[in-house]
Design a protein around this ligand. Structure first.
Ligand SMILES: [Zn+2]
Length: 290
């Protein structure tokens, strides 16, 4: 079977000790597609290097909301150049995150940073990146945490790429889904949601149309619960448990169970999803032309 991870961070330095053995493992498992998302200027070259080395990597470049405060004066020029010069490149990870406005939350992940970026800054940076995605008709991979009112308004009032946008690890309200579908959104399911407290999110994914669901790991982040058989972790150098990219397979299995379809059918759908991601990236076709 051939599967594509709609959103992860293979370039993340925390995966570096695992990378060489891990890539061979992914190939053996039939995972041979991945949209690799950069998050800030300093990791965009690492994404480009992975895409140059691995034909199955769709490179995606963007400024993550957590990284907005660290952007240089030339960040947008660099981003535009990368998008224009590589027709396969997507835009992401971009988005909004209200949870980081609490300095203690933000500093937990960014101890050296002066402080979290304001919502105003996050919105400005998101808008300009969505405009770039729309101008070049590239998929945008969107992160949104506790900022759905703002996200709804931005998506309603912005020009979006005709081929669609991806709401990665969708955590928004069920009531927003139909408006997002109308705007051409895709939704990627993450195994992190397989916890009892996320029942409402699971209901959203149980009800989505199958041609709008992708599957992702967000590795090395969003590790699934280790209580579920089949999920694996990568041990980081600091001893922290990281999400293993091979968790795409058990995530597909659990999504199939959630949607009450056989794993075989879900895998077939996943192949279509892989095609969808190709459409989102490397092969430059238009999802809406189907
Ligand atoms: Zn991510």
């Amino acid at each position: 079977m051939r599967l594509c991870d709609a959103h992860l961070h293979l370039q993340d330095p925390r995966l570096a000790p695992w990378l060489e053995s891990g890539l061979a493992e992914l190939a053996a498992l039939g995972i041979d597609g991945a949209v690799v998302n950069g998050t800030h200027e300093a990791d965009w070259n690492d994404v480009a290097n992975l895409a140059a080395r691995l034909t199955w990597v769709v490179p995606s470049y963007g400024l993550h909301p957590w990284q907005v405060g660290k952007r240089s004066d030339g960040w947008l020029r660099d981003l535009k150049h990368r998008i224009k010069s590589d027709p396969a490149a997507a835009v992401g990870e971009v988005g909004l995150d209200r949870s980081i406005l609490t300095p203690s939350t933000f500093h937990g992940n960014h101890p050296a940073s002066p402080g979290p970026p304001s919502m105003v800054d996050q919105i400005d940076v998101l808008r300009v990146q969505l405009a770039l995605a729309a101008e070049h008709n590239r998929a945008a991979s969107i992160h949104c945490v506790r900022a759905w009112a703002e996200m709804k308004s931005i998506l309603a009032t912005s020009l979006l790429p005709p081929r669609g946008v991806l709401l990665h690890a969708y955590s928004g309200p069920a009531a927003l889904v139909s408006a997002l579908l109308d705007k051409g959104a895709y939704f990627s399911f993450n195994g992190y949601f397989l916890r009892p407290r996320f029942q409402e999110r699971l209901k959203v994914f149980a009800a989505l149309p199958s041609d709008r669901i992708l599957v992702e790991t967000d590795a090395p982040s969003l590790a699934p619960p280790d209580t579920l058989a089949g999920f694996r972790s990568v041990e980081s150098t600091s001893g922290r448990t990281l999400n293993h990219p091979a968790n795409l397979l058990p995530t597909v299995r659990e999504l199939a169970a959630l949607r009450r379809v056989s794993v075989l059918r879900q895998l077939l759908e996943a192949i279509l999803q892989r095609l969808g991601v190709r459409l989102l990236g490397r092969h430059g076709l238009d999802l809406h032309a189907r």
